[in-house]
Design a binder for this molecule. Structure first.
Ligand SMILES: [Zn+2]
Ligand SMILES: [Zn+2]
Length: 395
């Protein structure tokens, strides 16, 4: 049995696939998605949808009112940007822009939301308002945060906001989500240890040595995770960069060592704890050796925390399309981060994963040079969005 909306969307499928492959061929990275945004805005206008452009530079919001009375409003969000990766898929519609690639499937996300917009514009059989958010710069630059800061929800008030992301490793036709923490907070930190430095061979006793501090610090980081973070919630601290001294001078003790790394967590309290303990451990260990530390902790993306009521609604919307047995509300925690989290901090909502196909069937993970969004799921994703609008705005 095929869902009637899915059946109707099949009529648009060739156009949608062509659109997805067009923007795949012309990937644009964060805040530079001018071509992509113009194409999206043009399509929405063609279908009679009101369009506002230029939110967070290249963001687009389309607004559609249903033909039946209703005061509720919801927002559906897709992302527009590509990554700085050299594509190696070899497909005929591969990136024509050297060094840039749609390796996270945002080309597919935008296309699925456009498919839903077209269907809803032609079948506005709902009561209330739908805002279609096409967000720039999800990859590291926080376009979602910038849209919120530029008054997204003041200009387009909504009762709930929803996001959708493809997931390689999950079968085509399956959906999964989770109430509460779903994706990690992703933060960066830099610790600089200062000592006197000196003659490492002839006079180490006359120097204060930041290399000793750095060595203790890297080990002590893991005891923050092992002894300060509650055993019931995950957290990750990893070092990605250590720099100090000069290659040609192994007998010179450096006066400065820089250690940089990442911090991932799911609970706001754990995030606070990581930030506090990294600084305490750095300052404490530096003091032991007569050195000093300068600590900089940068909060990048907050944890993505979904709301229970909207998560249940989104799961029912997906189940209406693919059947209850193909929808899970117990998705595993993702260690990746998403700036949709900034929108969920402002409005109730949820985030759904749609299967992009199993890895063993040749569907590579996101952010790899062989990844490709699976065109077979475009109509499934669009049908999910339409189903969700029906659940939210038909009551
Ligand atoms: Zn990504
Ligand atoms: Zn992504």
């Amino acid at each position: 049995m095929t869902h009637p909306v899915l059946e109707a969307l099949k009529a648009y499928e060739p156009d949608l696939i062509a659109f997805r492959r067009d923007i795949h061929q012309h990937p644009e990275t964060g805040f530079e998605e001018t071509r992509t945004a113009a194409l999206v805005a043009g399509k929405l206008r063609d279908w009679g949808i009101d369009v506002v452009e230029g939110i967070a530079r290249t963001g687009v919001v389309g607004t559609l009112k249903g033909s039946r009375p209703g005061q509720r409003a919801i927002a559906l969000r897709a992302d527009l940007d590509a990554l700085n990766i050299i594509e190696k898929t070899g497909v005929e519609y591969a990136s024509q822009t050297p060094g840039k690639m749609h390796a996270c499937g945002h080309d597919g996300h935008s296309t699925m939301l456009l498919g839903a917009a077209r269907y809803l514009a032609e079948h506005p059989d709902f009561g209330g308002t739908v805002h279609f958010i096409f967000q720039p710069a999800e990859e590291g630059l926080g376009g979602g945060r910038v849209m919120v800061e530029e008054g997204l929800f003041e200009r387009f008030p909504v009762d709930a906001v929803y996001g959708l992301h493809n997931h390689p490793g999950l079968e085509v036709g399956r959906f999964e989500t989770r109430a509460g923490a779903l994706m990690a907070a992703s933060d960066s930190w830099t610790v600089t240890f200062h000592g006197t430095g000196g003659h490492g061979g002839a006079a180490p006793h006359l120097a204060t040595d930041p290399t000793i501090v750095q060595a203790h610090f890297v080990l002590a980081l893991q005891s923050i995770v092992g002894r300060n973070v509650p055993a019931t919630t995950p957290a990750v601290l990893s070092v990605g960069h250590i720099a100090g001294g000069a290659w040609g001078s192994p007998n010179v003790m450096p006066s400065e060592i820089v250690v940089r790394g990442t911090a991932r967590s799911y609970e706001p309290a754990v995030r606070d704890l990581l930030e506090r303990r990294i600084a305490e451990v750095a300052h404490g260990l530096a003091a032991v050796q007569g050195c000093t530390a300068v600590v900089h902790y940068e909060r990048r993306y907050p944890p993505l925390v979904t709301h229970a009521e909207q998560t249940a609604i989104s799961a029912r919307a997906a189940a209406a399309v693919v059947g209850e047995e193909a929808v899970s509300e117990t998705a595993e925690l993702r260690t990746g981060a998403e700036d949709f989290s900034f929108m969920l901090q402002k409005r109730p909502g949820s985030f759904m994963f749609i299967g992009n196909g199993l890895n063993e069937d040749g569907h590579h993970n996101v952010h790899t040079p062989l990844y490709d969004f699976n065109d077979r799921i475009i109509t499934l994703g669009a049908a999910y969005w339409v189903s969700l609008v029906g659940r939210e705005l038909n009551a």
